[in-house]
Design a protein around this ligand. Sequence first.
Ligand SMILES: NC(=[NH2+])NCCC[C@H](N)C(=O)O
Length: 375
Amino acid sequence: MTDPASGANSFDEWTRLSQVIVGRAEYYTAHDLDTSWRLFFFDNVAPTLGNEGGADPLLAIPEQLVDELNEDIAGLVDALTGCGVSVLRPATPGKNVDICSPLWNARATPPLNVRDQTIVLGNTIVETAPHVRSRIFENDLLKPLFYSYFEGGSNWLSMPRPALGRDSLDDAYFRRLGIDVSRATEGETALGIDGLGLELVFDGAQCMRLGRDVLVNVANRNHELALRWLTVNFPHMRFHRLDGIADNHIDSVVVPLRPGLMLLRSPKYLAFLPKEMQAWDVIYPPETDESTFPKYDDFGFVIPIASRYIDINVLSIDEETVVVNSHYPELISVLEGRGFTVVPVRHRHRRLFGGGFHCFTLDTVRAGGCEDYLG
Ligand SMILES: NC(=[NH2+])NCCC[C@H](N)C(=O)O
């Protein structure tokens, strides 16, 4: 089903979903732990960096876990289709694809977390500016879909592609917290470009869309440049700078369920939000049993690349219907208690592949428009 005939229309996270791209993970059999990856995931992986064994930057992921991930994604696709949503998929990635830029090389990441490299702002598809080198060509596998949306009347823009050289990434977020990231960057082999310095580097998942208003996490200079780009290119929208609410992605921190109600990781994040949102009703993540998170110590992955809050990373079908990980029954009960219809879908390896259902999807068509929900 590749029929995005009438273009994209997606302004928010909760109005009726009619079309969505769901990522795919064939051959996701390694993480390339280069310096850009280590810096990106430093918040998660810092305690174990250097214990992966050997100098090989590729951390192999056992095939069985990839198969299980793919089973769970198939379940997500079935559930969405069952809810009447049209599901589109990226093209299939190749096996063990190595990429090489003039400055570095990396093992390509499959297009699983499709939320990360694109933002849909109304009828415009915006490709963002990857932090992690192995992700720089990831969106190419979505291009067949982006062309169809473009032909259907959508606009299609791209942030300037970063060179991701040795001096491109800013560690200011960590420096501000007094955290030394030298363990992430030591052994850097990438080359630099004279005079380039910090670049515009930004992931789509640093935004949360609320109609005309968009929350934008700015944790460093890389992100600040992206906010400037967004403001210049979308003068009719209101971008709200969240000053370092997280290292990068925010969809396991703040997840709006409908105007006036959001999931929030903890009360300490309220102060980062626009004043109007601070008055919203909040659902905080209920305690969960750690045993629902598989352990990966056997193959050298002690602390995975997502926090346990990854399970608040839900996908809304509409204001009353939410897709939630069946491995988080505590959240399901809370949402049902609030009158939501929950569509439970199994998702085991969310902390290994760094994404929940919001990360794995890019909602391209929803009913809502450029409304003012904060007014
Ligand atoms: N769009 C995404 N890939 N989001 C995932 C965010 C995970 C977040 N850094 C955490 O540790 O919980």
